[in-house]
Design a protein around this ligand. Structure first.
Ligand code: BG6
Length: 477
């Protein structure tokens, strides 16, 4: 079995974790630039004023800003067909509410797209990936205010017109469903609740958060419509951080709980963006939470007219739901759940579940019947550089191989899967912990958790393995 002809094999990154150059070329600060480093045990802090002597991982990240030619050449060596990257909003609009874009910022991405074209690598551009300009947090408390929709649309208009002939595939928001969960408030929404000090703080009001999510839904729908007007060939997708959820038992109470988790964490956002309207279950959920979404009269029409062309998602793990709260818990992407005795976990406690990917692909495709892309998947691991300088990351190959096998099964099941961009194809900063130690890449970057290192790039064993996967269109794993 192999993937369909023209399948987009590639890798994924996000500017806030990869690009660096945080104050170069006229760029303003983004929300991620105000977040300190951390570890698995030490939470990242939000500092609305930068502290002298404190380490901020996004400021240099791994300096794609200064290494983009070398990095793209390495991707080309692996045979990449697609590269998922994000544009740093505050590189284009430094405060977010400026009326004119920053030309130097636009030129940087002109150069990146020209380099990708040289190697026939198709860009997949995330318009907003945890990079809301910090100016929008200061002025409007981020997406809590409706005014931010206009700022986002101004930014989209600039991108769509400038890169009309360079970029065909776009994602409006990374993991838009982060805002359906308290941990998304700052990172995804740019909302700074009073007293919130930690990146994942529990200071939160569902009313503000879901109103912010509604603003993003409207912004996304407006962007889809606008993009299609500017270039009818554009393909614009949604992006959901998929939290595949199993019931712990056949107890109907557990089943209902798992279903509810899937509805609220995943399907709520998917339904609005793919079907163009809030699903039935949202009404009861909002009532129970005391949430009242303030909708403008034109919003329903906007959502209906701005349905996405394809559905993309990140998939790292699955979780278990149960009514028995004495069960052992496990960590995870966005949030954890109960431990699944049938699965192994990564060093960071994420449950490894390749078959869950096949299950998810079928589940999503059955519901929406539009092309799917897996735009993030991978294993965060602490790699060891051997005495001869090599990195023997067989565990990563094993993880990726088992997931790609399940993508092939899903394709045979009839799912229209068109792309796979492995997360963090070149080592980058971890979003949740701010570490460099949690590495995902095919390519090692010499940099540690405290920012030491010469940023040199070294292909790992998985680099050569992935090259052969792409060459054989997934046949040779
Ligand atoms: C996704 C995000 O949730 O998971 C990425 O879109 C993030 O930005 C990735 O990096 C992996 O998570 P982490 O915490 O290991 O970096």
């Amino acid at each position: 079995m192999s993937m369909k002809d023209g399948f987009f094999w590639g890798g994924a990154t996000a500017a806030n974790q990869f690009e660096g150059g945080w104050n170069k070329g006229g760029k303003g600060p983004s929300i991620s630039d105000m977040v300190t480093g951390g570890t698995h045990a030490v939470p990242r802090r939000i500092t609305p004023e930068l502290e002298e002597g404190t380490y901020y991982p996004s400021h240099e990240a791994v300096d794609f800003y200064g290494h983009y030619k070398e990095d793209i050449a390495l991707m080309a060596q692996m045979g990449f067909k697609m590269f998922r990257m994000s544009i740093n909003w505050s590189r284009i609009y430094p405060t977010g509410y400026d009326l004119e874009p920053n030309e130097e910022g636009l030129q940087f991405y002109d150069n990146v797209f020209a380099e990708l074209k040289k190697y026939n690598i198709e860009p997949l551009v995330t318009i907003s990936h945890y990079e809301t300009p910090f100016g929008l947090t200061e002025k409007y408390n981020g997406w809590a205010s409706r005014e931010v929709i206009d700022c986002y649309i101004r930014y989209c208009t600039t991108l769509f017109t400038r890169y009309k002939d360079q970029v065909k595939y776009w994602l409006t928001f990374n993991e838009i469903n982060s805002l359906a969960l308290p941990i998304g408030s700052f990172l995804a929404g740019g909302i700074l609740f009073e007293g919130a000090k930690l990146l994942y703080d529990d200071k939160d009001t569902p009313q503000t958060r879901f109103q912010a999510l509604h603003h993003q839904f409207v912004a996304s729908a407006q962007a889809v419509k606008l993009g299609h007007e500017i270039n009818p060939d554009f393909k614009i997708g949604c992006m959901i951080g998929y939290l595949t959820t199993y019931s712990n038992s056949c107890n109907p109470d557990d089943i209902l709980l798992a279903q509810k988790r899937d509805q609220l964490s995943n399907l709520l956002c998917g339904d609005v963006q793919v079907r163009g309207a809030y699903p039935g279950f949202a009404k009861r959920f909002f009532e129970e939470q005391g949430v009242e979404i303030n909708m403008q009269p034109e919003d329903a029409k906007t959502l209906r007219e701005g349905c996405v062309d394809f559905f993309s998602f990140s998939y790292y793990m699955s979780i278990v739901e149960s009514t028995d709260d004495s069960l052992e818990r496990t960590g995870g992407n966005l949030f954890g759940g109960y431990k699944n005795p049938y699965l192994e976990t990564s060093e960071w406690g994420w449950q490894i579940d390749p078959k869950g990917l096949r299950y998810t692909l079928n589940h999503v495709y059955d519901r929406y019947q539009i092309p799917l892309m897996v735009v993030e998947n991978g294993l965060g691991a602490a790699d060891v550089v051997e005495a001869d300088g090599s990195i023997q990351d067989d565990y990563r190959i094993e993880y990726l191989k088992s997931h790609i096998e399940q993508m092939k099964e899903a394709t045979a099941d009839g799912v229209d899967l068109i792309a796979y961009t492995m997360w963090g194809c070149i080592d980058l900063v971890s979003a949740s912990t701010g570490e460099m130690k949690k590495r995902y890449g095919f390519i090692h970057v010499d940099k540690d958790n405290d920012g030491n290192g010469d940023l040199s790039r070294t292909p790992k064993k998985s680099f050569y393995w992935y090259k052969q996967v792409i060459e054989s269109n997934g046949e040779q794993l």
